[in-house]
Design a protein around this ligand. Structure first.
Ligand code: RB5
Length: 161
């Protein structure tokens, strides 16, 4: 097992465009010892991506899953939706470099993938890199904390003394 052994519960979600890739990634995750919470979709029938992004983001924000993986056509709609929830840092990644940076610098807790842009093997490499890479902390922690400050500033009655 590689460096993500302690990150064992992964929430998964996809729309119709991401359904097949989500199934492939689910099989890969299980094969590599992870637990998955699959919020669907469970068929290629047309659905609305925010319904799935919202469920996965809720699950990660509530610490029911350590991290989340979302798949739509581009990854964009999934990331946009997930990032509406406080505490969520979703990154749409199309290669292993952005995947690694999203963890090392941004402490991303949700990975969004685009099934119409990313081949299965590339998606697996992106996922593996993303799961293995630790947050670097240091100056990056200060910057990530500033994201949280912006969230708190918009929610004055919540998350403040
Ligand atoms: C669905 O056609 C498509 O819009 C969706 O999968 C996603 O790419 C949105 O960001």
């Amino acid at each position: 097992m590689y460096g993500v052994a302690r990150m064992s519960v992964i929430a998964l979600g996809a729309d119709h465009a991401g359904f097949t890739l989500k199934e492939d990634l689910k099989a890969w995750l299980i094969e590599h010892g992870h637990q998955v919470i699959d919020f669907g979709t469970h068929s290629p029938e047309s659905v609305d991506y925010p319904d799935y992004a919202g469920q996965v983001a809720e699950s990660v924000a509530a610490a029911k899953a350590e991290r989340g993986v979302l798949v739509c056509g581009t990854g964009i709609g999934m990331a946009m939706t997930a990032n509406k929830l406080p505490g969520i840092r979703a990154a749409a990644c199309g290669d292993t470099f952005t995947a690694r940076m999203s963890r090392e610098h941004n402490d991303a807790n949700i990975l969004a993938l685009g099934a119409r842009l990313t081949a299965r093997e590339t998606a697996v490499e992106i996922l593996k890199t993303w799961l293995e890479t630790e947050f670097a902390g240091g100056r990056h922690a200060r910057r990530v904390e500033k994201i949280a400050e912006l969230e708190r500033a918009r929610r004055p009655r919540e998350g403040r003394e």
